[in-house]
Design a protein. Structure first.
Length: 606
């Protein structure tokens, strides 16, 4: 504005009356009033004159779109949001939609904010894929404009892949149908319902059709699914389809039984809707025929009361699936070999010896004991004393607790059978509780690891009066939790462990260190020239002290250099200039805990 300007060029509207000569930078001007510039000062700014001039009529604004809505790319069940920015007078909004293949726009009733600049469409489904949306905008003068129409892309699956039933070494085909924008496919598989998903490298693994060729029987039960992503990076997964492969996983094994005994042939097959039929081939014959026995139409064939006339017969199983495809197991011979008595489980104390026995019948028998470690599915040959005899002797170590043992018995032809697996229980303490260093009020946790059968626990605590039963939470479990107080500092804890045979053992004792301030320094009133003494009492392990001083009420804390500044007792020479000085102590323990005492004052009289 120029000095002395008037009329519309110098109109100023504010929210209060302005007196003549008021500085415009600090004036409150009533809305709708007009003022002219009376003077301009470099220091004071504009000075307004109270002579009013009529305000000009504002021009009519044309409605205009300042920002068009953008297309929405979401996945099924998600929320699509369309936004428009516009300017104009008294704008009203109405969102419209158009289905694919429809030339007519219609007001949409689906979503929130239908008559606002922001349309929110929640829980979209694939039926809305490629819908187009636009907004009709009308101002208070009746003028109407429309935004561009933008697409809604909904990532979703129209049909998931179906289960496939094929024969081993054939091809399985999985298909998926999906909608969305710029779709990308990646097929995945896992070996079972409990396994982890992995990327497939089969033919078509990045298309809508996956072909799994040369399917082995070991792939029976594999799950396949497709991960689909769109232009926005949204991802969805199809339902998993199961691959059923007809094939023999485990053939029946040769059976060795004694006269009058029982032979059991087992087959393990893969596929869907399996049916079984056992067959036999007599010695010196080439034709197979259906056999008798228990379980002839199951995976397990049991033959009772076998006679010598049935020796050297060959047995196999015919397996068919739900589609009528057929496969055969290999043939298995019938011989004689038997376990007469199995070993028994052993329960010993640590450092004692467990003894396992087996009795077997057959010709030229050989023994090899085997062991399976806890949590391991594999058996390995044992090297313990007597591992190649009918009597195995195992040293009682807590690390062996839960091990299983069995004996492999073979005859002069190298054929073998196995005794049943039995357990080895060793009672003992594997690890004692450890010292605990905690802050007062926190929980200290003591743990014991013990081995054996039917274990029971009883925690004990030792204070100045000796050992007694603990009443803290978990005192009859392997884990004791103690809510700490500074008075507990130095307490010891141990656990008494008892097994199912009534044998007991004690852990080593563990110390409890509780860090905290037990007594605070007190204010000191003394005379100039005397020595003021401040003391702190704390508990914990490996305590360190650092006294600090603040000279003025508004001053900062600094480390004190007075006598004992790194001990629990600080000695300060009193002087009138130190009247009102404040002192506190920072206490540390070996675990890195720290705490400050209260602030203590030193008052000095002349």
């Amino acid at each position: 504005l120029e000095e002395g300007a008037a009329g519309s060029a110098a109109d100023v509207s504010q929210e209060a009356d302005v007196k003549e000569g008021t500085d415009a930078q600090s004036a409150d001007i009533a809305s709708g009033d007009s003022y002219s510039v009376a003077a301009a000062d470099e220091d004071q700014g504009l000075v307004l004159d109270s002579k009013a001039a009529p305000a000009a009529e504002p021009p009519v604004r044309e409605p205009a779109i300042t920002k068009q809505p953008a297309e929405a790319v979401v996945k099924e069940g998600g929320t699509a949001v369309f936004k428009v920015s516009a300017e104009g007078d008294g704008l009203k909004y109405r969102w419209q939609a158009r289905k694919p293949g429809d030339e007519k726009w219609r007001n949409t009733e689906a979503g929130d904010g239908l008559e606002t600049p922001v349309l929110t469409v929640p829980n979209v489904n694939t039926g809305r894929n490629r819908f187009r949306y636009r907004c009709r905008i009308t101002d208070e003068h009746g003028k109407t404009i429309y935004t561009d129409g933008v697409f809604l892309y909904v990532l979703g699956i129209r049909s998931s892949p179906k289960n496939q039933n094929v024969k081993a070494d054939h091809t399985a085909t999985f298909r998926i149908s999906a909608v969305g924008k710029d779709l990308k496919y990646k097929w995945e598989y896992k070996r079972s319902s409990e396994g982890d998903w992995k990327k497939s490298s089969e033919e078509g693994c990045e298309t809508a059709v996956l072909k799994v060729s040369n399917t082995p029987a070991g792939h029976n039960g594999y799950r396949y699914r497709c991960r689909i992503s769109d232009a926005a990076g949204n991802k969805i997964y199809s339902k998993a389809a199961v691959l059923y492969v007809l094939g023999i996983r485990t053939d029946p094994s040769t059976q060795y039984v004694k006269q009058g005994g029982t032979a059991v042939f087992k087959v393990k097959a893969s596929g869907k809707g399996l049916k079984y039929r056992w067959q036999v081939r007599l010695p010196e014959k080439t034709e197979w025929q259906n056999c008798g026995g228990e379980g002839v139409e199951t995976p397990v064939l049991t033959l009772y009361d076998l006679s010598g006339g049935k020796n050297n017969r060959l047995y196999r199983c015919r397996v068919s699936d739900a589609d009528g495809k057929v496969t055969y197991s290999k043939g298995a011979r019938l011989y004689v070999l038997s376990i007469q008595s199995n070993p028994s489980s052993q329960n010993v104390r640590e450092k004692q010896t467990g003894s396992f026995w087996v009795a077997a019948s057959g010709g030229g028998i050989r023994y090899q004991w085997q062991v399976r470690e806890t949590g391991n599915s594999s058996w390995r040959n044992s090297s313990s004393s007597g591992h190649a005899t009918r009597n195995l002797r195992v040293s009682g170590r807590t690390a062996y607790n839960g091990y299983q043992f069995r004996c492999k018995v073979s005859d002069k032809k190298g054929n073998a059978v196995y005794s049943k697996a039995v357990s080895f229980h060793v009672f003992g303490i594997r690890s004692s509780p450890k010292n605990q260093n905690v802050r007062a009020g926190n929980k200290a946790v003591f743990r014991v690891s013990a081995t054996g059968a039917g274990l029971k626990y009883q925690w004990q605590v030792r204070d100045n009066s000796g050992w007694r039963r603990s009443g803290s939470p978990g005192h009859t479990t392997s884990t004791l939790r103690v809510t700490t107080k500074t008075a507990h500092n130095g307490f010891a804890f141990r656990c008494k462990v008892t097994d199912s045979k009534g044998r007991s053992a004690y852990t080593n004792a563990a110390k409890l260190y509780v860090f905290g301030i037990r007594s605070q320094p007190s204010d000191v009133l003394t005379y100039s020239g005397e020595t003021a003494v401040f003391r702190v009492r704390a508990s914990g392990a490996g305590l360190k002290y650092r006294w600090q001083v603040k000279e003025y009420a508004n001053g900062g804390w600094r480390n004190s250099a007075s006598t004992g500044h790194t001990s629990n007792t600080l000695k300060v020479r009193a002087a009138l200039g130190r009247d009102g000085f404040q002192f506190r102590c920072k206490v540390y323990d070996s675990a890195g805990h720290s705490a400050y005492t209260r602030t203590a004052y030193m008052w000095v009289d002349p």
